[in-house]
Ligand binder design. Structure first.
Ligand SMILES: [Zn+2]
Length: 238
């Protein structure tokens, strides 16, 4: 069964060409998120999408202090992709000063997407507001990426049918473990968030996706973790 990685940053690797080829050769379904419409546009020009590798159109809230949201380009590209991400809110540190602007942008994106588009969502210290915006816009298909908020908001996200992508850093942290145990098995997906995670103390690269699967399988005592993730992702697609 093919492995699936629902949140990966190809453009953050210096040797991105090598990993692009690796992903396709090893048939690892990979959702490459982008941090701005401009990055999405450039990635698509450099690399043709394949059966296994897709790009998501995004605007990372961490960019709010350095790069404005190019609404025109976003609108222009929105119709050509099934995947939106990385998008969301981040209320940590200096990003907090731009809460209002972040909310406006994320709300705009959630209002613009269609029911069949799938969102990969960043929600650092802003989980409740993310949930409110998702509900307000009746967003149907969303994957919470690296969720680290409280259990009450987690349970509300679960009740609303949203999915969660789990990475190796979460599996290896006590807080992450409590979160993973709270999520129903049929809402769990796997992400690498490469290159921002570590696996067995080494920076993540796509040759290590199997290890993330193994770690999560052992943690959940699930022998057929590949099949479980495969089925969950297909339910989200359908
Ligand atoms: Zn990311």
């Amino acid at each position: 069964m093919n492995l699936i990685d629902t949140h990966f940053h190809l453009d953050f690797y210096q040797d991105h060409k090598r990993w692009y080829e690796y992903i396709n050769q090893h048939k690892q379904y990979t959702l490459c998120v982008t941090n701005s419409p401009g990055v999405y546009y450039s990635c698509k020009r450099i690399y043709p999408e394949t059966k296994y590798l897709k790009f998501a159109l995004g605007y990372n809230p961490k960019n709010v202090n350095s790069e404005r949201f190019d609404k025109r380009l976003f609108n222009h590209l929105l119709g050509e992709t099934k995947y939106i991400g990385e998008v969301g809110l981040d209320f940590t540190g200096k990003l907090k000063d731009k809460q209002k602007e972040q909310v406006q942008i994320f709300d705009y994106i959630c209002a613009a997407v269609s029911n069949c588009q799938i969102l990969s969502i960043h929600s650092n210290h802003a989980e409740k507001t993310v949930l409110e915006i998702l509900m307000h816009n009746r967003v149907k298909k969303a994957i919470m990426h690296w969720y680290s908020g409280d259990l009450q908001t987690l349970n509300e996200l679960i009740r609303n049918g949203y999915y969660f992508s789990i990475n190796s850093n979460m599996i290896n942290s006590p807080k992450g473990q409590v979160i993973i145990r709270t999520i129903p098995m049929d809402k769990i997906l796997i992400e690498s968030d490469g290159p921002f995670t570590k696996i067995y103390s080494k920076r993540y690269d796509p040759s290590k996706l199997q290890n993330t699967y193994r770690q999560l399988g052992e943690f959940l005592k699930c022998e057929r973790i590949e099949a479980m993730i495969w089925n969950n992702f297909n339910s989200l697609l359908s």
